[in-house]
Design a protein around this ligand. Structure first.
Ligand SMILES: [Zn+2]
Length: 165
């Protein structure tokens, strides 16, 4: 069974890209986050409880992970130097390894949530964090899904299917 939970947070960033881009200006987004979880333990869908995940519990975990990123300023070291020189990092700043792109943020959130799901899985059925989708707007975003089973296997099937024709 796959589960979906959504949340949002507001944050600022600037991207020190090697080409002219408005992404270099300090600006903000209301990031839309959607996580996909999987529970495979059929025992929990046994005709009695019929529940693998308590939505409220997971929403609480997601909200806590997003809360520490809410109203943060994400900058790479290059971005920090560009805007703030040698100034000491301030509360609310989150200095990132490389540029704080949507790709970076999706992986950062994935890592934080994966730890939490590991803890929750000790109390009940195993909860697998399948994917974190992060949108900068309603129209553009990324999905990070490091457990390649579902992506690569299906891609291989697509290729195999195309070759068999
Ligand atoms: Zn941006």
């Amino acid at each position: 069974m796959l589960y979906h939970i959504r949340g949002k947070f507001d944050a600022a960033h600037a991207l020190m890209l090697p080409y002219e881009s408005k992404c270099r200006y300090l600006h903000g987004h209301t990031y839309r986050v959607s996580i996909t979880l999987e529970v495979n333990d059929q025992d929990v869908f046994d005709g009695k409880l019929n529940m693998g995940i308590d939505f409220a519990r997971i929403k609480g975990v997601l909200d806590a992970v997003l809360a520490v990123r809410d109203h943060a300023l994400f900058l790479s070291n290059a971005g920090k130097v560009e805007f703030f020189g040698e100034r000491e990092p301030q509360p609310g700043w989150r200095l990132t390894q490389g540029e704080p792109t949507a790709e970076y943020l999706a992986q950062d959130i994935y890592k934080a949530l994966a730890c939490e799901m590991g803890q929750l899985s000790k109390e009940g059925p195993e909860i697998i964090l399948v994917a974190v989708t992060l949108g900068e707007t309603d129209d553009q975003g990324v999905t990070y899904y490091p457990n390649v089973a579902f992506g690569i296997a299906s891609l291989e099937q697509v290729v195999a299917g195309a070759q068999s024709k």
